[in-house]
Design a protein around this ligand. Sequence first.
Ligand SMILES: Cc1ncc(COP(=O)(O)O)c(C=O)c1O
Length: 424
Amino acid sequence: MTDKPAHMIHMPHFLGPVAPITIDHAEGSWVYDTDGGKWLDFVVGIAVVNTGHCHPKVVKAVQEQAAKVAHAQMNIYRHGPMLELAEDIVDLLPEDMDEVMFANSGAEAVENAVKLAKQVTRRPGIIAFHGAFHGRTHLTMALTDSAVHYRGHHEPLVPCVYHARYCYPFRTPASEDPTAYAIEDVRRVLRAEIYGDDVACIIVEPIQGEGGFIVPTAEFMLELRAIADEIGACLIIDEIQAGMGRTGKWFCHEHYDVKPDILTIAKGIASGYPLGAIVAPKALWDKCLPGSMGGTYGGNAVACAAGVATIAAMKEDGMLANATRQGEKLLKFWQEKQAQYPVIGEARGKGLMLAIECVQPGTKEPNAAVAKAFIAECQKHKVILMGACSQGNGVRFLPPLNISDAEMDIAMGVFAEAAKAVFA
Ligand SMILES: Cc1ncc(COP(=O)(O)O)c(C=O)c1O
């Protein structure tokens, strides 16, 4: 590419950032660029810095741990932060979700979750969903179905992956029930494509992230649980984007009262330090062969110390309750705008995992142009937002979970002005 800005000269062109700034430092809900600009961050590294940038408790824990030991490879030694974080995570979950393995990233957590399901069942098949995003490795690209640019030109991908329809109430034909419409497609996969007793796992996001913050029905999640039990497969719930308090509960699946066999966590777990986790009952982990799982950096001591401090800060600062309260306020704001502007097809989400989906007025035709224009308009007012939805027609709202009333008011003021400029 010849038209790259000079400061990107040694970076590949596809890393062109969403916001046109180089960050100097960041604090709480705000980032400060190298030109002295101050921006309100409604992306926080894509639902990563849930505790706000550089939360003092996280900074302190990281500084202290870096001075004690940075890397204590998990197959060579034990170290305190990893043991402590495993205990803290298990405490947030039902009793039998009692063992945790750590990885470096979300994709690596998904890789290991599927490996665990395959070892437990000794089966090859995986059922995933249309619109899903699970990562960028060859396995996780095969599971991903939200946009061709994530997987196109990379084939062959990992085989034995079958996609069924996700529960997408907004795009379910009016004559159909959203749960039944999606579940019938899972049944179709099991009738037409793979025998149930060849399926190792069903992997599902409890709210689809990249797909557009699509909230399924609770019944859909419960039906998946029932199907997994019926065919003897593991239900993997991928909470990499929706977990760690983002939806106002520690884990989004709590909203549906559904229980996973295997849970994947990353992003918000360590406030920006690279860490993923796979949680499952001991009975499942016991079926894994020694040497079959591991990795050099999984459970890095500094990242785990950040994770321990993240959970402590979220509890001490009441961030889940704040996420629920601020989320209700912002969702109501967008529902009112939806009534005002026909280009907003739907405002949806839980807690502070919220999005709007833009359409051509009077239809449900995706309208990416208007979503992009809205994001650009907000950038003029120094609010950072990011798109969503398979066809780029969504806008997601992901502030830190400890955003203040005053900061939310500033953001809503900008959104109201930008909506008037772009949606009217
Ligand atoms: C639901 C979900 N799973 C997996 C991933 C992959 O995580 P990572 O980018 O850390 O590999 C993501 C990232 O956006 C995600 O949203």
